[in-house]
Design a binder for this molecule. Sequence first.
Ligand code: ZN
Length: 265
Amino acid sequence: MSAGTLTAAQALLSYAASIGAGFGAGTAVNLLAGRVQDEETSVRGNQCHTCGAPLPAARLVPLAGFRRANRTCTTCGKTASLRAPILSLALALVYPLLLNHILSSASASHLPILVIFAIEAVACALLAFIFAVDLEHKLILDIAVYPALMALILIAALFDHKALAAMLFGLIIYGGLFLLLYGLGFLLYRTEALGLGDVKLALLIGLMIGWPAIVQALILGGLFGAAISLLLLGMGVATRRTYIPYGIFMATGAVLALLLTPPFW
Ligand SMILES: [Zn+2]
């Protein structure tokens, strides 16, 4: 199956389904990200992070959270961030773009197009989760990294050895670079200038994006990080000492690389 063999109706249905999948993934990612809390509080999904009261179910409807009333706790009046609607909208935009990109890239993969789309869609949802948790908690969770690392290696080892080589080379380049930076930061500043979480994320992204697209992921992530940092410095929101979690830029660079470079599968 390729773009050329799809009828107009099939194409329309596929794109509509991918948008729906994006909204669904957005809701799931938001519920999971909402469960990552500071150790004192235990929040389960759709609950107010301040008082623990259940939040309106309307908040789970994609985009409904753009209305302030749907994000505000009726018990204590605290308003949740715009994370949920923005993340849902982002994934609902990324998924059809991803589908279009995979359909239009000539691929000699052993895997069907639907499987490649599913792998990359799950990868984008995971990157969205990592982005949200790193932004809100300055943390990259092991549970977000290691199972995906194992699953990707297993899929490639079983079905696509050419992809496995590209993945491992990507892992060595990106993971190796961050390990080097981590070591340098330790030597120069005697402290963790770069978090070990960023090194773990680099290993995962290296595997997800593979060689040679990992170079684009690295450059796009770096440019995005530099642009946002300069903007925050220029606006006076941040100073040179402000800690900005770098994982959010790595994750964004990775999603852009998935959308812009030919898939290695
Ligand atoms: Zn509340």
